[in-house]
Design a protein around this ligand. Structure first.
Ligand code: ADA
Length: 558
């Protein structure tokens, strides 16, 4: 797995990243393809987006990836996939073993017991829009859905008793008390040794009795001599857990996040959020943004004086979260959605796909101290009772899975929204001076908006989830009209001049860090010059626009 820090010393793991055999099968259907007869006439890099490469740019259809894996035949084998878009079918030695719907999240897949030696793994990946098969990826969304094996793929061989999940939650930052929760699977009843160590010291060593099937092991520990994690001092530690012949090394930070009235508290200290929305996208790499570009994105954010990323509109790469942990950046991790309708929010297929996605998002992000808020259902139908039932169900799902972080959703209906009470933080996306109103009245509008939100959602923190204007990189004009860099700079100067100095506002996430390609759908492209959403502070190659000056001015203001 292409993680930058090791997860296991005892478990046999292999990073399957690298060059795979590849075939683009166009209109073929995954369930009908004779996998043995596929002619692999090309190669593809994993992780990567095949439809971001020059040869397959913008192509939609079925793609086949093939690699060889070696299994020892004794231990259970498992694939860990960090992202496959949008629909993946797994085939081992010609036999279909499983399928997975939805990109942007990590999932595990147990392989059937096999003979020792070489085996052929084929993954059929379909990037076509198909609401039945991939209900979370819809063509009308305002971003380009790339396809492929977009994040890491790893093979693990597991002993009879193994640790499936390892979650660490701070119970009390003052006492450095944490709760460790292990999800364990065992093939038979057995007694095994459990140890937990930190900084070379053994914190726990005992014998545990496992019964065949899944077990949860929960322990509370006090971690004396640890320093807290915060943006100013992002201290990180690695907990090493061993269970029999298996182990797990998990990095985490000791920190507590809480909402108190209109404030967001980190270790009891109020924080303000000054940041950007970020799509995981680049013209050369699609969604498979390499770590060097992820780091560059965070350096750009730091150069603006920002401390916050809203991962719009889907969970960001765990490698990016690693960097946020290290750099002390605060993250809103959002489940995938974009302007879902009442029909979506009452569809069992949509809601249960969301629940699976939410579980996967929380599973992959749980131990990242940088993730401080969960988000969902961007700009969806929050104005009707039927829409509200969908919000209520999914917010409940998040809270059940992780009550330790506040939940929010970005609304674009400040007047008509009827779900604000369901969220811990009220979040509104707004585009004064761009989609409505004049640039001169941006500040006054924002002042009124915050007054309205205080009235409609009393006592809750207020976050501006999006605000911005389109500016085409390099476009200047004496009139300084829409699409010039100057217009974008002026609008953001006025908006931030108001928001950053308003004590009622918890924070702001500018739309957006970099330009990104929009959907190929004609209606989308017509309103988006170049086929891009041009509201980036930087263009898609990370070149700065004039607007960065305004942002820096306000974000670095005391
Ligand atoms: C919405 C949406 C963003 C983007 C933005 C825009 O608020 O949430 O994804 O589409 O509008 O640029 O219009």
């Amino acid at each position: 797995m292409s993680r930058r820090f090791q997860k296991h010393t005892r478990r046999n793991t292999r990073d399957l990243g690298g060059t795979w055999d590849f075939a683009f099968l166009g209109d073929a259907i995954a369930d009908e393809v004779d996998v043995e007869r596929i002619v692999f006439d090309d190669r593809m890099i994993v992780p990567g987006c095949f439809d971001a490469t020059p040869r397959y740019a913008g192509r939609r259809g079925l793609a086949a990836y093939r690699t060889q894996i070696t299994l020892d035949g004794e231990r259970r084998a498992r694939l860990v996939v960090d992202g496959a878009h949008h629909y993946a079918t797994f085939v081992l030695d010609g036999g279909r073993i499983a399928a997975h719907s939805g990109g942007f999240t990590s999932f595990r897949l147990d392989l059937p017991r096999s003979t020792p030696g070489e085996h052929v793994l084929v993954i059929l990946v379909d990037n076509r829009f198909d609401e039945e098969r991939s209900p979370l990826h819809l063509e009308y969304f305002d971003w380009f859905h790339y396809g492929g094996l977009t994040r890491g793929v790893a093979l693990e061989e597991l002993t009879d008793a193994s640790i499936d999940t390892c979650e660490i939650r701070t119970l009390s930052f003052r006492h450095r008390r944490i709760r460790l929760e292990l999800g364990v699977s065992a093939m038979r009843d057995e007694s095994v040794a459990l140890t937990v160590s930190l900084l070379g010291r053994t914190l726990l060593s005992e014998q545990v009795t496992l019964s065949a099937g899944a077990t949860r092991i929960t322990r509370e520990l006090e971690l004396a001599e640890t320093e807290l994690w915060s943006p100013a001092a992002p201290n990180l530690y690695s907990l090493h857990v061993t269970l029999g012949d298996d182990d797990f090394i998990e990095r985490f930070g000791v920190r507590e996040i809480a909402v108190e009235g209109q404030r967001l508290l980190l270790n009891s200290e109020p924080v303000t959020l000054r940041g950007v929305n970020r799509h995981e996208a680049h013209p050369t790499f699609g969604h498979a943004v390499p770590p060097a570009v992820q780091l560059a994105d965070l350096e750009l954010l730091a150069s603006l004086g920002g401390n916050f990323v809203r991962g719009s509109h889907y969970p960001q790469d765990p490698q990016f979260l690693d960097l946020c942990d290290e750099l002390g950046v605060l993250v809103l991790s959002e489940a995938i959605a974009w302007q879902q309708t009442e029909a979506h929010l009452t569809s069992e297929a949509f809601l249960s796909a969301q629940e699976t996605h939410i579980d996967e998002m929380i599973g992959m992000s749980f131990n990242h101290p940088s993730v401080v808020v969960w988000g969902l259902l961007n700009e969806s139908c929050s104005t009707t009772e039927r829409g509200r039932s969908g919000y209520a169900r999914l917010i409940e799902r998040i809270r059940m899975r992780d009550p330790s972080r506040p939940v929010t959703y970005a609304s674009n209906q400040p007047h008509g929204d009827i779900c604000f009470d369901l969220a811990d933080i009220v979040c509104v996306n707004t585009y004064p001076g761009w989609y409505f109103g004049e640039i001169e009245s941006v500040a006054a509008y924002l002042d009124e908006l915050v007054t309205l939100l205080e009235r409609r959602a009393p006592g809750k923190p207020i976050l501006i989830g999006e605000i911005g204007a389109g500016g085409i990189y390099g476009w200047h004009d004496h009139n300084q009209q829409r699409w010039t860099e100057e217009f974008q700079e002026t609008l953001l100067d006025r908006a931030l001049g108001q928001l950053v100095s308003d004590p009622r506002v918890l924070g702001v996430a500018i739309w957006q860090l970099t330009d990104c390609r929009t959907s190929e759908r004609v209606q989308n492209a017509l309103g988006r010059p170049r086929g891009y959403n041009n509201k980036g502070l930087y263009d898609e190659y990370r070149r700065p626009k004039l607007a960065t000056r305004a942002v820096k001015k306000h974000f670095t203001r005391e």
